[in-house]
Design a protein around this ligand. Structure first.
Ligand SMILES: NC(=O)c1ccc[n+]([C@@H]2O[C@H](COP(=O)([O-])OP(=O)(O)OC[C@H]3O[C@@H](n4cnc5c(N)ncnc54)[C@H](O)[C@@H]3O)[C@@H](O)[C@H]2O)c1
Ligand SMILES: N[C@@H](CCC=O)C(=O)O
Length: 575
């Protein structure tokens, strides 16, 4: 009897608590909520004896002491230990004999189960108030920029071969920026509501998530890009299946772990590693495949577009899947006769050789005015001979290795062929060494002709090709710059002090770059300041780091309600 009374008291209490909780929730959600204004994470500088350098060194030491780390698969929010014969490894580009991480390849059955789990998780996630969804990503931004800053940077340095500065601007700052700014971009979209209603009418827009699941595929070269490809669609209420690059498995796992710690419910985002073709085929065979969010090379995207188009043609999918992609570039610096040469050289050094040219935005073709050529080339050669290359953990090194064996073989083959090419004069670099890591010297050639295939090929390594033009040919050159570049149109810069030259370049190169810069380099777009992406062969130009990109992961529903009744079938003109 006593027990029954106690139980019913507890039940009543529980009930009261639930009511109180739901009352609090309804109080908390009454009124329009304004999320905090986003801000760019301030960069730490890692100067000698700085606390951040010490913190990073400790994180690197700790990670080294744990190698190889085991990356578990996470299913239903729980870790499944790596095991069995389907084990794969992520090697370190600076020490290719060493394994950074071991992980398990997903089977076809795993991928199917992950898709079903994503579809199951979807309703509850989409129903969660936006404020609560956003709070998870804002919390994650804080975890990235504080508790996990050095850990995720260390993973990016050892795994993807970035030095401290490159890891800082990517895995710490840009990742936190993506989370904070995406929240504000999502808010902008939800705020888009009809502003005009006829008397007695009310209209609304319901920014629905897509009907189905989103598939995200990320490249190796930016830890932050993976974080963005998944967080944008998820913020808009979608669930996401994520296939990271095999060369960034460990850093991607940390990105995911941080999101789970920040409160992301199980299965809202799930990682599948392994055979890219099989995983993608399994995804594309599913009728609820709703969107691809891809960053990587143009050729891979073309292949994926083709596959998805086959599914569209055979009416496999409920919706026309959204295809969102940021891909390759063949980016240019155009140096005008009025340019500040020394400034142009320094920007070119950074744009072409930072992170060994492995940025989609890297400058890999330069058009140089003849009157500036001596000064430009002399200073460029000097910087190239002084620049230090080596272990990314050594803070003095400006550039490190390229990512893996295929990248090393591809770029060194380009160099070997170029070294033999009588149309090209090698002005610096040209050596390479893969005895320990995949190291390629910063290399530059001056071409005596504009009609060289190196002006049309994405190199994705520390190799630059330069053409010296007659100052008087500036205007006719613009058409050539526009026409070459391998059909890509990602980033480009003009260096000039003559406003007419800047205006002409800006106008005539309107479609040659999605991000066009004046007197600064082609790399280094900052989230919230320069949204990023290009058209032509460089992608769908939905602009990473903008509301436009998040908008692609919604399917708006228009609602209208009338408050008056209709009194007649006939129009006034019928009477
Ligand atoms: N425009 C941008 O914002 C941007 C940013 C970063 C990188 N990139 C581009 O990415 C490339 C470098 O990155 P990468 O080497 O990781 O590119 P990649 O195209 O080789 O790989 C990108 C992703 O696609 C996957 N993939 C490869 N083949 C596949 C297939 N057949 N089916 C399904 N998935 C497949 C990879 O596993 C990886 O996850 C460069 O071309 C660079 O310009 C572009
Ligand atoms: N958004 C980066 C490039 C990302 C591609 O690799 C930049 O602007 O440099």
């Amino acid at each position: 009897m006593q027990r029954t009374m106690l139980t019913s008291r507890l039940l009543r209490q529980d009930c009261t608590c639930k009511v109180a909780r739901s009352f609090r929730r309804s109080l908390a959600t009454a009124g329009n909520q304004r999320l905090p204004k986003p801000f760019n994470e301030a960069n730490l500088h890692y100067a000698q004896s700085s606390p951040e350098r010490k913190g990073l060194e400790e994180a690197l030491k700790k990670l080294r002491s744990q190698l190889p780390v085991s990356v578990p698969s996470i299913r239903n929010g729980k870790e499944v230990a790596s095991s069995g014969s389907d084990q794969l490894s992520q090697h370190m580009p600076a020490e290719h004999a060493n394994v950074l991480a071991k992980y398990t390849a997903a089977t076809k059955e795993d991928v199917s189960a992950v898709i079903e789990a994503a579809l199951k998780a979807k309703q509850e996630w989409a129903d969660m108030p936006f404020f609560d969804r956003a709070a998870i990503f804002l919390r994650a931004a804080e975890l990235v920029s504080s508790k996990y800053r050095f850990e995720i940077m260390a993973a990016t340095m050892l795994g993807q071969g970035k030095n401290a500065w490159q890891a800082e601007i990517d895995a710490a700052a840009e990742l936190a920026d993506f989370y904070r700014f995406n929240v504000s971009f999502a808010q902008d979209i939800y705020d888009r509501q009809p502003t005009i209603n006829a008397p007695g009418h009310a209209g609304r827009t319901d920014w629905r998530p897509l009907e189905g699941f989103v598939y995200a595929i990320s490249p190796f070269n930016f830890t932050a890009i993976g974080g963005n490809l998944i967080s944008g669609p998820a913020l808009m209420g979608n669930t996401v299946v994520w296939k990271p690059s095999p060369s960034s498995v460990y850093a991607s796992h940390l990105v995911y772990k941080i999101l789970l710690e920040a409160g992301l419910p199980p299965n809202v985002i799930q990682i599948v590693n392994g055979d890219a073709e099989m995983i993608t085929q399994t995804v594309f065979d599913h009728p609820r495949f709703a969107a691809l969010n891809f960053t990587g090379s143009s050729d891979v995207f073309r292949h994926l577009y083709h596959k998805a188009a086959e599914g569209v043609a055979s009416k496999k999918y409920g919706d026309f899947p959204r295809m969102v992609a940021e891909t390759s570039g063949k980016n240019f610096h155009l140096i005008h006769s009025s340019a500040d040469v020394s400034n142009a050289v320094k920007h070119t050094m950074r744009a072409s050789f930072e992170y060994s040219g492995q940025k989609c935005s890297a400058c890999s073709r330069v058009y140089l005015a003849k009157s500036q050529a001596d000064a430009f080339l002399t200073e460029l050669k000097q910087h190239m001979s002084e620049t230090k290359m080596g272990d990314p953990e050594d803070f003095k090194n400006f550039l490190g290795p390229v990512i893996n064996r295929p990248a090393f073989d591809r770029v060194t083959k380009i160099i070997k062929t170029a070294n033999e090419d009588s149309r090209l004069e090698r002005i610096a670099g040209g050596n390479y060494d893969d005895s320990k890591g995949y190291y390629i010297e910063p290399t530059a050639y001056v071409s005596n002709t504009l009609d060289h295939h190196l002006f049309d090929q994405e190199l994705f390594g520390p190799v630059l090709i330069i053409y010296v033009y007659e100052d008087a040919e500036f205007e006719s050159l613009l058409a050539k710059i526009d026409a070459q570049g391998g059909g890509f149109a990602l980033t480009g810069s003009i260096f000039a002090n003559d406003p007419q030259a800047i205006r002409k370049a800006e106008n005539q190169l309107r479609y040659a770059a999605g991000n066009f810069y004046t007197n600064c380099k082609t790399t280094g777009a900052v989230i919230g300041q320069q949204s990023f992406g290009g058209a032509r062969g460089s992608g769908t130009n939905d602009k990473a780091g903008s509301a436009d990109s998040l908008r692609r992961f919604t399917s708006p529903r228009t609602l209208k309600e009338e408050f008056n009744r209709l009194d007649s079938v006939l129009y006034p003109s019928n009477l």
